[in-house]
Write a protein that binds this ligand. Structure first.
Ligand code: BV8
Length: 275
């Protein structure tokens, strides 16, 4: 039996399936991954900008970076990977198998592909919070959705572009950045390096992984914690771990299944399971 067929057969026997995605699942929607060469923005490393320290020292630069990504994400469309995951969710649910998608991505393409049970563990480009609030779980008060691309005059597609010459760079006064009605500076409700994930979201993830007997990891380099630890948590509970990636990762060899290639090519066939 082919490895694919074996994978599909094992998947139909699962009880609680979890899918974990990373930037690779959005690559075919035209959104650069973090390790892509063309993923750089104005020659900054992603890690230079996705930290509370960067926001503290230069909120205007960090806002330009995230507003650029908000505009990119709003223009992007879900690809075959996103829709294959939605189809899998529907198939599993109609066969009384639970399904949870945990995504590291903040582009909301899974939501736009109509996957229902999603945990956005690192937040969303389309949610804001005031800079002093610790949590990331959307409550409509402290953390709330904002899909408006014209959030303020100084953060336009032009001023936030990834490659602009020095003389086009504008000096943005902090007062011109998005603030809430109490005059508190707003920030994207995304988890930065060195920030703890939302307590409630982490509890939900841990209880989901405790029950998971089949983990499918798609398009992540598996280097950022705590997501990088999820496979091990499933393995210690004797769950099956599978991975779909353009290239092997450091843990691929320890997984029950590894399928190499573009997720947009592999997933529609892999998830075309018969019960
Ligand atoms: C925390 C949101 C604690 C923002 C992101 C333990 C050990 C070591 C370090 C740590 C540790 N615990 C904590 C740390 C520090 C740190 C960390 O892990 N550092 C790394 C660098 C070692 N972690 C944290 O800081 C986390 N916080 O643990 O808090 C704490 C507790 C109490 C009090 C204070 C603190 C928070 C980390 C969250 C950071 N935010 N994103 C934003 O997006 O702007 S991380 C971001 O990068 C992503 O969300 C993702 O998680 C991560 C990696 O990206 P990937 O998604 O994997 O993308 P990448 O480009 O790397 O890879 C793409 C893959 O796709 C590749 O494998 C490629 O081959 C593949 N691919 C490409 N195209 C395709 C494809 N596959 C299939 N098809 C294709 N077409």
């Amino acid at each position: 039996m082919s490895k694919f067929k074996e994978f599909q057969k094992a998947l139909t026997k699962a009880k609680n399936v979890v899918v974990l995605t990373g930037a690779g699942v959005s690559a075919e929607s035209g959104i650069p991954t973090f390790r892509d060469k063309n993923g750089l923005w104005r020659q900054y490393e992603f890690m230079d900008l996705a930290t509370p320290e960067a926001f503290e020292s230069n909120p205007a630069l960090v806002w330009q970076f995230y507003q650029y990504r908000r505009i990119m994400a709003s223009k992007a469309k879900p690809n075959a990977s996103h829709y294959a995951i939605t189809n899998l969710e529907q198939k599993l649910l109609s066969n009384n198998i639970s399904f949870t998608l945990i995504t590291q991505n903040i582009d909301e393409l899974h939501k736009r592909a109509n996957t229902k049970n999603i945990i956005e563990m690192h937040g969303s480009l389309f949610r804001f919070k005031n800079e002093f609030y610790e949590g990331f779980k959307e409550d409509g008060i402290n953390v709330y959705s904002n899909y408006n691309l014209n959030i303020c005059d100084v953060l336009t597609e032009k001023t936030c572009a990834p490659n602009i010459s020095n003389d086009e760079l504008i000096n943005i006064d902090i007062s011109k950045l998005p603030h809430d009605e109490n005059g508190v500076l707003l920030r994207p409700a995304v988890v930065w390096f060195g920030e703890a994930l939302d307590y409630e979201i982490m509890n939900e993830i841990n209880s989901t992984l405790d029950k998971c007997d089949f983990l499918i990891i798609i398009g992540t380099s598996g280097v950022v914690y705590p997501a990088a630890n999820f496979a091990r948590l499933v393995q210690i509970n004797y769950g099956v771990v599978s991975e779909f990636n353009l290239e092997p990762t450091s843990l691929s060899k320890s997984f029950d299944y590894f399928f190499q290639g573009k997720s947009g090519d592999l997933l529609p066939e892999a998830f075309d399971i018969q019960f």
